[in-house]
Design a protein around this ligand. Structure first.
Ligand code: ADP
Ligand code: MG
Length: 647
């Protein structure tokens, strides 16, 4: 095949893909230009998730009429003159690529005026070329309108998600930029509705209030730290506003919103012991560092960065967060006291270990695919698919005893268990003493009594307050109490849903929910979806929503978490793993009903779990909705082999 130089048109479209991947990246580029132009008020309006229409209006310096067309040329920039400048540039963009890229993939209108000129310039760019230009009266500043993004690139169009999802991305990125620059007033309008507006008074707490709501704004701790010329400032959240995901973590470097997973890890390390496992702290942190030490252009969209002095930066982040969170006030009062000497070291991890912690976080890299465990292998086979093919029967699992044996023979140093409990009858209470069905069991599914089989099941007890151990025939089984109960609930909800039965319950006192801009848009778009799943949620204005009915009665906090979880599912798209959005939603609800792990069960409750498990197995269901096994089996001969009774 002949080697050819790509035509400019094709080359532009390829380059454009790097800079403007989707409406949110276009908005980011345009807003960054407005910031560079010194604007103090920036308005962004989108329609249809930004695919049909994006407008960014600013009150910045404007573009001189004579330069309006030049701005759209590739490598046209007013921010960089020679290669030396590259090292110390502190503006948002300096590759001169954004406008060229955008006008290669969309129709662009520009209306701009500088303070010096009387009249402004109006320019229409189509297919990368100026189509119309005229003088026009307008205010100082610039308006860019981008229409029909990617309409000339069907392949890219295919990657666009639903309007509300794309719009959510825009809201997300704009919200973060607004948090980075509380000194600028930002307004974001989606399909004619104002989603948020910050007042630009320079106070980050006010920006947080407008973006995340009052609950977050009330739980902020200031961070202000400087060492070796590295300045860390911003706010972190008190542990109680930690979320189940990292969406409320925002990092800026020299005022630019960037992503850096190591910084997240370092902050999380600093919060260690303060937030529960599985919860991620809230933070909005800015790192201010000499621009020569940062390379933002490693990523075409400039969202990923590299530091020249990583260790120092990460150390500074760690100490900044740690002292704001634990030591701040105390240390200011007693400067002579080293935190490491504190007596209550259990609450406040000693600072000496911190460089190590930072090192650990820096070494962090996404986990390599783990060796498939017995349970996983089983789960993948059994998966949810089994729900649809009832013929499938559960297979027995062959645990790898040789590997596990080593672990079992060396109990951890703090292990206190022993056989005393067993002989004291605590683990296997005599049947006669079985208490009446308790609350959890009462909540549990009413199950028909299964006719006794030849192989009678015998409950041995509960392991780690999480697994029910039982024996049947020549095998010992461990059943995961939460997984079994969750699956039963899931099946029941699915049935109710299919029969159009309502599973909605009225809350005694309604719950008010503060949402961030992206969540707010997803919520507005999905109020009916929530209704289908037993919620009654309505818009309360100002990013607040009010919940009056829910599918499950639990604590306010859990209900909020459930709603956030479902919003997360909706935000992530139509599918996740092997479950559809609908199944994931039902599962989240089911999970809130289900008895938790680490909960001691009565004998009756264990019996309930066992009955439920039997019913599920009868239907050919052997995994939780995510595909994890409900139980594992250990054969008698395998146990005997361990004890060398047989060879
Ligand atoms: P870069 O931002 O990397 O310089 P862009 O393609 O984003 O490249 O913009 C090209 C040039 O257009 C900028 O350098 C700037 O001079 C001008 N420009 C773009 N947007 C604006 C704006 N909102 N206000 C003033 N000038 C602008
Ligand atoms: Mg730019």
């Amino acid at each position: 095949m002949a080697i050819r130089v790509l035509s400019q048109n094709v080359a532009d479209k390829i380059a454009a893909g790097e800079v403007c991947e989707r409406p949110s990246s276009v908005c980011k580029e345009l807003v960054e230009n407005s910031i560079d132009a010194g604007a103090s008020i920036i308005t962004v309006e989108i329609k249809n998730g930004g695919i049909k229409y994006i407008r960014v209006t600013d009150n910045g310096c404007g573009i001189a009429s004579s330069e309006a067309e030049t701005a759209f040329l590739r490598h046209a920039t007013s921010k960089l003159e020679s290669i030396d400048d590259l090292n110390s540039l502190a503006t948002m963009g300096f590759r001169g690529e954004a406008l060229a890229s955008i006008c290669a993939v969309a129709r662009v209108e520009l209306l701009t005026k500088t303070e010096e000129s009387e009249l402004g310039a109006y320019l229409v760019m189509e297919g990368g070329k100026a189509k119309e230009k005229q003088e026009m009266a307008c205010a100082n500043g610039t308006t860019m309108i981008v229409e029909d993004l990617f309409s000339n690139i069907p392949a890219r169009m295919k990657f666009m998600k639903k309007d509300s999802t794309e719009g959510g991305y825009v809201a997300d990125v704009l919200g973060r930029i607004a948090l980075a620059r509380p000194d600028i007033s930002f307004e974001f309008i989606n399909d004619g509705k104002s989603i948020f507006k910050t007042n630009g008074d320079g106070d980050i707490k006010n920006a947080v209030l407008m973006i995340y709501g009052i609950e977050c704004a009330k739980a902020l701790i200031n961070v202000d730290y400087e060492k070796n010329g590295i300045k860390i400032s911003g706010v972190i959240g008190k542990p109680e506003i930690s979320r189940g995901n990292r969406t409320r973590q925002t990092l800026f470097v020299n005022g630019r919103y960037v992503k850096n997973h190591v910084v997240s890890k370092v902050v999380e390390e600093a919060y260690r012991n303060a937030v529960m496992v599985g919860k991620f702290p809230f933070f909005i942190l800015g790192i201010y560092i000499s621009p020569e030490l940062v390379d933002v252009n490693v990523h075409p969209a400039k969202t990923e960065i590299k530091f020249a002095c990583e260790k120092e930066v990460y150390d500074a982040v760690f100490y900044a967060v740690k002292s704001a969170l634990f030591g701040g006030a105390e240390r200011a009062e007693k400067p002579q006291e080293k935190p490491a000497e504190k007596e209550n070291a259990a609450d406040i991890p000693p600072l000496q270990s911190e460089p190590q912690a930072v090192q650990l976080a820096m070494n962090f890299s996404p986990q390599p695919k783990q060796k498939m465990s017995v349970g996983r292998a089983f789960a993948e086979k059994g998966a949810l698919g089994s729900r649809f093919s009832f013929k499938e029967t559960p297979q027995s699992i062959k645990p790898d005893f040789t590997e596990k044996y080593i672990e079992y023979t060396t109990p951890p140093a703090d292990y206190k268990g022993g056989s005393a409990d067993f002989f004291a009858g605590k683990i296997n209470p005599p049947k006669a003493e079985m208490p009446e069905i308790s609350e959890a069991a009462a909540q549990a599914e009413e199950v028909e009594i299964i006719e006794e089989t030849q192989d009678e099941k015998k409950i041995i007890g509960q392991l780690f307050d999480t697994y029910v151990i039982f024996q049947q025939g020549e095998s010992m089984f461990l059943a995961d109490q939460h997984a079994v109960h969750e699956r039963v609930r899931f099946e029941r909800l699915l049935e109710q849903k299919n029969k159009n039965e309502s599973f909605s319950q009225v809350l005694l006192s309604p719950i008010v929910l503060d949402l961030d801009p992206a969540e707010k848009m997803i919520m507005q778009d999905n109020l009916e979806f929530f209704e289908e799943y037993g919620f009654d949620i309505s818009d309360f204005g100002q990013g607040s929503f009010i919940i009056q009915k829910t599918p499950v009665i639990t604590s306010d906090k859990e209900i909020k978490n459930l709603v956030f979880e479902i919003l997360g599912i909706l935000k992530s798209g139509r599918k996740g793993g092997m479950l559809s959005v609908e199944e994931r939603t039902l599962d989240s609800i089911a999970c809130k009903y289900a008895v938790k792990a680490n909960k001691r069960l009565s004998a009756a409750e264990m019996n309930g779990i066992l009955n439920q498990l039997e019913n599920l197995i009868k239907k050919g269901i052997t995994t939780c909705p995510h595909g994890r096994p409900l139980f594992v089996e250990y054969k008698k001969y395998e146990i005997e082999k361990l004890f060398k009774r047989i060879v």
